[in-house]
Design a protein around this ligand. Sequence first.
Ligand code: HEC
Length: 132
Amino acid sequence: MSTLKSLAFAAAAVLFTGGLSGTAGASQDDLIEAGRKVFNSCRACHDINTEKNKVGPELKTLMGRRAGALESYTRFSDAMKNSGIVWDEASLDKFLTNPRGAVPGTKMFFRGLKKEQQRKAIIAYINSMQKK
Ligand code: HEC
């Protein structure tokens, strides 16, 4: 009974806030679009449109990859290879907050993204760009 009641409340809340599927889809698109812009600070060193390495390894096949394990990229630091990281949303969030704090000795010279919203957006973008 009380479960039904709270379900009804939840449904009403969705209607009142206009949170129907169309709106939810648009906001996900907005997040990805924002992330595409944040990714401009990575593009000089990372390709995500193709599997081509630059100064840094390509990020098109990043998700689920072990850190420092991309075979086509030969310049990983020992720090990255030995970090034990597997790239997913949580590990990426931690690394991007402070790369040299998360992986001391990394060759990636990037100060980090201090704003949570920027990291959320860029991770949504990186996810959307993964090779299917
Ligand atoms: C100045 C060049 C540079 C910039 C800017 C840069 N990176 Fe990197 N990135 C590197 C290098 C070099 C490595 C290899 C680091 C190592 O082996 O220690 C790397 C490694 C990585 C890795 C680990 C990849 C793997 O296969 O283990 C991720 C993830 C990553 N970068 C994401 C990003 C993101 C996202 C941005 C932008 C917010 C960014 N990087 C900005 C140069 C850069």
